[in-house]
Design a protein around this ligand. Structure first.
Ligand code: MN
Length: 229
């Protein structure tokens, strides 16, 4: 056993459908601006620029059914409903033709965002961490293994707040689909088992307040329900 000078944190995990085994989370990569209508609503060009990425710490995951504590230092916290890809086999420079071989499964996730801080940083050309990488900012429901559900490339993705539909799109609308995203990302970083990729959110993002109930869904992948406290 290694000897640590201080108490060490546990490896964050995500539940897996159909098994007691859990998915140990290594890194969380997020794709920015990956649905054209969302790019427009964020004031960006919907052109097919190469994908860009940001990260969240692995210990920002919270499970389906958890409470999301409204984070400090923001008055404009937004939901972003996203398809999450769970990497089961690592690799660098993975061609899109082989990307599916590296995928363990898929999940419904939320890329929670302190929008006011993100935009303030964006305007100044500063990093996005304060807007994106805060505690509990990466809700992730149970992973559906690809061995059970295959590799979904189309299907409804939606998010409701207190029963009212806020986001409604189709994952086939992704500007950079999952294999293309993996090809790009694995050219920048060697992917490893345990990595999660939040693939971007469709249009309709907006604020939540304490007491709100967020319910997200992706056809063939599942649901996520998170309460804001
Ligand atoms: Mn996002």
């Amino acid at each position: 056993m290694p000897k640590y000078a201080i108490e060490h944190s546990e490896i964050p995990t995500v539940a897996i459908a159909g098994t007691d085994a859990t998915f140990p989370v290594r890194r969380i990569y997020c794709v920015g601006r990956n649905y054209a209508e969302h790019a427009v609503e964020m004031g960006s060009d919907p052109d097919r620029d190469p994908p860009f990425f940001f990260m969240k710490p692995n210990n920002t995951v919270i499970p389906d059914g958890a409470n999301f504590p409204y984070p400090p230092k923001s008055k404009n916290v937004h939901f972003e409903m996203e398809l999450v890809v769970a990497i089961g086999k690592g690799g660098a420079d993975i061609p899109q033709s082989r990307a599916n071989d590296h995928i363990y499964g898929y999940a419904c996730g939320l890329d929670m965002t302190r929008r006011d801080l993100q935009l303030a940083m964006r305007e100044k050309g500063r990093p996005w961490e304060v807007g994106k990488a805060f505690d509990a900012s990466a809700p992730c429901a149970e992973i559906q293994p690809a061995s059970d559900i295959g590799h979904p490339s189309a299907g409804a993705i939606w998010l409701k707040v207190n029963g009212e539909t806020k986001q409604s799109a189709d994952i086939s609308d992704l500007i950079w689909n999952v294999p293309e995203t993996i090809e790009y990302l694995s050219g920048l970083f060697e992917l490893q088992p345990g990595d999660l990729i939040y693939t971007g959110t469709p249009a309709g993002v907006g604020p939540i307040v304490k007491g709100d109930l967020m319910e997200g869904h992706i056809d063939g992948v599942g649901h996520i329900t998170i309460k804001v406290i």
